[in-house]
Design a protein around this ligand. Sequence first.
Ligand code: AHM
Ligand code: MG
Length: 334
Amino acid sequence: MATNEEEKLALPVGVTLDRFIKSHQAAFSFATGELSQLLRDIALAAKIVNREVNRAGLGDLTGALGTANVQGENQQKLDVIAHIRFGRALRNGGEVAGIVSEEEENIIETGNNDGGYVVALDPLDGSSNIDVNVSIGTIFTIFRRVSPKGVPVQMADFLQGGRAQVAAGYVLYGTSTVLVFTTGHGVNGFTYEHSLGEFFLSHPRLVIPQDGQIYSCNEGNWHDFAEPIQQYLDYCRQQRYSARYIGSLVGDFHRNLLKGGIYLYPATAKAPHGKLRLLYECYPLAFLAEQAGGAANNGLVPILDVPITAIHQRTPFFTGSVHMLNKVAHCESQ
Ligand code: AHM
Ligand code: MG
């Protein structure tokens, strides 16, 4: 009979992303396989970007792979590299007819006019953190196009609103690389296993704690915040909550998702409409937050209900544990 140790050694390596997608076809709406393929394309691009990100971090850590100038240039290029990698993977995959990227002002037509989907993404968010080797991420959202197949995508395909998302997620390039996504049937997280080149299910059915003790906010902007926000931040300090702010939205969101907490980026004097982008930063994270039992709003209404009129539209953004969001709303209603 096998000992406990032997049994442990013989444990299966786990559920790969591919296996997960195959065994959860019902969770991938319009189960023609297109959406599944699209998520695989995103995972492929994520692996490639992960490789590039790791290299940049290594160079920065050792400081020996080039001059500061050359190193600086490379790191700045990483935004563009990520943009190119994701664009190429989505174009080659064939399911995506159009892309909106933070790195490009206009809609990108992929040439796949028969593709049924459009994707909006921030290829590398928090990229000011690359040169100090701090976590960064990719955020993406997927819509089923509303324009007819066979013609180029139109603006309306991207301006459907947050509730029309069919899938959304992020990749966190952190201490490990994690892909977290939802297709509207809960939230699941997959960790990248470098040596096998596969994402494995590591965080099944993620649920954000209803309450938390972490607040994530750039308090350097304190003097710009409206009074209710200042009151809420005061409350957080009185409660002796922990202040944790990476300045990488994906990293801050991921930590709060696992531990409970709140992320706040209110309007400031410099960014009176907020800093973050509605379409490819806030909609996807709000979709994930709601699917994980949390919440996201702009201070007034749920982010998913905020109407969109422009692809690079900005919004104030509050997301995380429901009770913490309620407390902010309470401060605002005083
Ligand atoms: P970016 O898309 O230019 O990287 O900006 C988004 C980032 C978020 O990741 C982060 O939460 C926020 O901007 C940090 O902004 P600030 O430095 O103003 O606190
Ligand atoms: Mg960004």
